[in-house]
Design a protein around this ligand. Sequence first.
Ligand SMILES: [Ca+2]
Length: 155
Amino acid sequence: MQKKIFLLIFLAILFFNGYSQKIKIIKPQKINSTIMVNHYPNCVFYEIFVQSFYDTNNDGVGDINGIVKKLDYLSNFGIQAIWLMPVSPSPSYHKYDITDYRGVHNDYGSIDDFKILVKEAHKREIKIIIDLVVNHTSGQVQKLWSDKISSINFS
Ligand SMILES: [Ca+2]
């Protein structure tokens, strides 16, 4: 019995020792933006649901400025890109049914806040991408779109 236990322990040590040597931890590296584009999407992304990330004006909702405030933390964490869930105006909590593709939801801040985020992220060599969900356009803008389409003269 003791020999079997000893053999199992010996095999376990061999297995885990060999296995741990095969694990190669690749640490993200800061690279210039040209190379980073070529590596997309093979870089380290951090996806953010803005309203639950970081609130800077104490209204209980995370905001764009909260991301700006945490950029150094995220950079030190080793990320190379941020993937934002929708930030445009929308009647839903998740912001996937967008009413204005050119704006930022008031709860999250302004388009100027977004521009600052992009500028500050790029200073840290962090790219920003956003969910642009054109196939989830809000029903609240349906009339606006149908009015615009009906006003087009196709002849
Ligand atoms: Ca807020």
